[in-house]
Ligand binder design. Sequence first.
Ligand SMILES: [Mg+2]
Length: 193
Amino acid sequence: MLFNIAIFLVFMIVLADMDGVLAWFDLGVNLKLAEQYPQVNIVPLEKRSTFYIQYDYPAEQAPLIQSIYMAEGFYRSLPPVPGGREGIEEILGAGHDVRICTVPHPNHRYCLPEKYLWVEQNLGEKWLDRIIITRDKTLIRGHLLIDDNSEITGAAVPEWEHILYTQPYNLGVKGKRRLTWDNWRDVLVELRA
Ligand SMILES: [Mg+2]
């Protein structure tokens, strides 16, 4: 594939975030809300405006939103972001090193084991070996970090370039390269050409 050739030229370590990039956290919340709390006015995915979903709801509903994602089974049952698996497989297949780089919820009893289950069920067993769990992504080495969080800070000056995975809640962020699983090839070609 000629259009793809620049992707092969320079080796990269690509770190891919999990929630909002591979696992569809917001859709997971909306599905559980619809199922468990039909009286709640669900914020449509395209209307999401803040990184933390509970802040898109009236303050009195924030605990309810939190109870959805704090529940056992939530992380395990997240729908995959369309194209995510195919994207990371193709980058890996092009000879790059791809790692899933994720920060589990610090006070969540089920989040960490369920992330492993999710990867096994949705990406396949081989990706279990490619999970990096961290509290601080700036300490992880790599060339690119694909992440929907516009503000990633930590103890180090990161080595990677942060490529913002476009989501409705980060559309206002300027000054970063962006991609989605629809256009990632063009962005990586532009980056490495
Ligand atoms: Mg994320």
